[in-house]
Design a protein. Structure first.
Length: 654
């Protein structure tokens, strides 16, 4: 095994040793073989790292790492220093198009399937201008540069609710671009700052660390700051390049990095172009839903299976200030684990909108484990869409998001356990086959049937398609959760289909039969085959939950505890530390004892599959939010903490 050294004082004609380092990470990538390590030393590198090859196994990886204790930055941007003042705070710069090569972000629109153009008009572009590391806002006419409007709030297109802009004064730092045959001209308003004396950068590269070839497996990327890439809109029906990602491969480890300022997506584990690339947007002949179905079968034909795709590990990264996603992926994230990451401020500039935005946005999250992440200040915390099967969302802290967790048009089995869901809209379930265990749900819950889209389900722990089904509603399990009432922003669009607006608690399941036998009796009341089942809400397996501050229980729940005294919960962010402040005037015991296992959770009806670990062994839910094990035979309170304190208490949860 060889260690190749890279330093800003090096030369690409050097040997790559510690005393004769290379100059660029790309040169080291061209030389690295399975088992080698590329060690990068302190400094700023402006390049798109394109690995030439991958490793051969988990033990024969190619590892890219920042030298221990050294700060290494790899950027997709270039500095711009030649500014001239036009008038007042308006500055002008001309950038030769040769700087961009064959990809000019200022000439590339943000567009594609499920993208929603701005209501006020104008076409957003992939280009970005940064002042001292912070991105400016694009305006769509030159006149707006001189007197940019102050934006204090925007309207969330999904919920219809007003959303405050994080830093309204920043919305007056703006840029406008015109692309000519030879140069790209930028006008910018830096609000009094002199760009000749400050660091001004523009993004010029689509990605920062991303192969151009598929199936470069078993690569580790560790310890870098990765920033400022002009990544495109990444819907599930298109190629999904990110600032960093494996590009349709297996076994990557992305760990201990600081990743920020991707125009759209930071880490991509997702789809490649041959299985469809924005066909609905470009052709207009079929809905994106149909093309998404086709992409599943197209992927199977090119080897979408456990042997070739997925099984990635994304851990201990800090990801922020991205326009679309912190982590994105359709098909390519299967069998992966996303853990111990801090994800925040995703989609909160609100420069553009579409139905694919979230801190984590995955389609086909088959056996994906999302464990112990801190996700806050995002338009959507986590959105699992289509084929959420064998997935587990466990021990995460969600707060200050527009919406925390959305599971859409999936059939399970999937598990959501021991999380704090503390935003005004905490949980949205447009799916079936879920199990919700020992969560603190301190916001609204919205349920909806989806009868106009049949989506795939799979053989357990496999990418093989087993069938299709619509979501009738129900077939969910709730055990040992705490639901807190209160006033939430509207969690529904006027006139939306389904069975009702948001509520606090599980009362949205009223009308569901309480067990499978009662469900069968209901469907047998109707003559015919599929007509007996269509639109009939399935059983709701709900027991031993706690309800406070007006949150309401499912009408047929067994063992519900309704507190008649007020309780308070708050997630307090103190930077590196996060605390749960609560005031529980009485214990929240529900009569449930010990861990929850597969035997406590009835099978998912449509998929006809049990709740299992990814390796097929029986599921055991025993670790609380802090990793404390619940022991068999002992009684524990509801909620995500095995020792849920009473009285006014403060517990560190991150």
């Amino acid at each position: 095994m060889t260690v190749l050294h890279v330093a800003i004082t090096g030369s690409d004609s050097a040997a790559g040793s510690a005393t004769a380092p290379l100059r660029t990470v790309n040169r080291a990538a061209a030389l690295a073989r399975p088992g080698d390590t590329v060690r990068v030393h302190a400094g700023e590198y402006r390049e798109w790292v394109k690995p030439a090859r991958g490793g051969l196994s988990d033990s024969r990886r190619i590892t890219y790492e920042a030298a221990e204790g050294e700060h290494v930055v790899i950027k997709g941007s270039e500095p711009v220093t030649d500014w001239s003042r036009e008038d007042g705070d308006v500055w002008r710069a001309e950038i030769p198009n040769a700087v961009f090569g064959d990809f000019n972000p200022f000439d590339q629109a943000v567009e594609g399937d499920w993208f929603v153009p701005p209501a006020g008009g104008g076409v957003p572009h992939l280009g970005e201008v940064y002042l001292d590391g912070r991105s400016l806002y694009e305006v769509h006419e030159l006149a707006a540069v001189a007197d940019p409007p102050l934006r204090t709030e925007d309207v969330d297109d999904w919920t219809g609710a007003p959303q405050a802009i994080d830093d309204p004064e920043r919305t007056r730092y703006v840029w406008y671009a015109e692309v000519g045959p030879e140069v790209t001209t930028l006008w910018a308003n830096f609000q009094g700052a002199d760009p000749r004396a400050r660091l001004v950068e523009v993004n010029v590269r689509r990605s920062v660390f991303y192969p151009t070839e598929h199936h470069l497996d078993f690569i580790t990327v560790r310890g870098f700051e990765l920033a400022q890439a002009a990544t495109p809109w990444a819907p599930p029906t298109a190629d999904q390049p990110g600032l960093i990602g494996p590009n349709w491969a297996k076994g990557w480890i992305i760990e201990d990095n600081v990743i920020h300022d991707a125009k759209c997506s930071a880490i991509s584990l997702g789809k490649e172009a041959s299985t469809g690339h924005n066909f609905s947007f470009h052709r207009g002949d079929k809905p994106g839903y149909q093309y998404q179905l086709e992409s599943v079968f197209s992927a199977r034909r090119i080897g979408w299976d456990r042997e070739h795709i997925g099984s990635h590990l994304v851990r201990r990264n800090t990801i922020f200030d991205c326009g679309q996603n912190g982590v994105v992926g359709h098909l390519g994230a299967v069998f992966s684990r996303i853990e111990d990451n801090h994800i925040h401020h995703i989609g909160t500039k609100r420069e553009f909108y579409g139905y694919e935005i979230g801190g984590i946005k995955l389609h086909a999250a088959i056996d994906v484990q999302i464990v112990h992440n801190r996700i806050h200040d995002c338009t959507m915390g986590t959105w699992l869409d289509w084929q959420t099967q064998g997935a587990r969302v466990s021990r995460n802290v969600f707060s200050a998001n527009t919406r925390d967790l959305f599971v859409e048009v999936s059939h399970g089995p999937y598990v959501v356990d021991n999380n704090i869901l503390a935003s005004g809209i905490a949980l949205e379930v447009f799916s079936q086959g879920g199990a919700f265990v020992n969560n603190l749900v301190a916001g609204a819950v919205r349920l909806e049937a989806v009868l106009d889209r049949a989506t795939p389900y799979h053989r357990p722990h496999s990418t093989q398609v087993a069938g299709f089904a619509v979501v009738d509603g129900g077939d969910d399990r709730y055990l040992g959760n705490i639901f807190v009432g209160g006033d939430a922003r509207p969690a529904y669009l006027p006139g939306s289909p389904g069975y009702g607006p948001s509520s606090h608690g599980t009362a949205g399941y009223d009308g569901c039969p309480p067990d499978f036998e009662a469900y069968l009796a209901r469907v047998n009341e109707t003559v015919g085959d599929h007509r007996r089942f269509y639109g009939v809400r399935q059983a709701a397996y709900i027991q031993h939950n706690v309800y406070a501050n007006g949150a309401r229980s499912y009408e047929a729940e067994r063992g519900a505890v309704v507190l008649d005294v007020p309780v308070t919960f708050a997630v307090v962010d103190e930077g590196e530390a996060v605390y749960l402040e609560c005031d529980l005037p009485e214990p929240v015991a529900t009569g449930w004892s010990g861990p929850v296992t597969s035997s406590d959770l009835p099978r998912a009806r449509i998929v006809d599959a049990d709740f299992e670990e990814p390796d097929g062994s029986p599921l055991v839910i025993d670790a609380d939010l802090l990793g404390v094990a619940r022991q068999p035979g002992q009684a524990y309170p509801a909620g995500p903490l095995a020792e849920m304190p009473t009285g006014a208490r403060r517990t560190r949860v991150w």
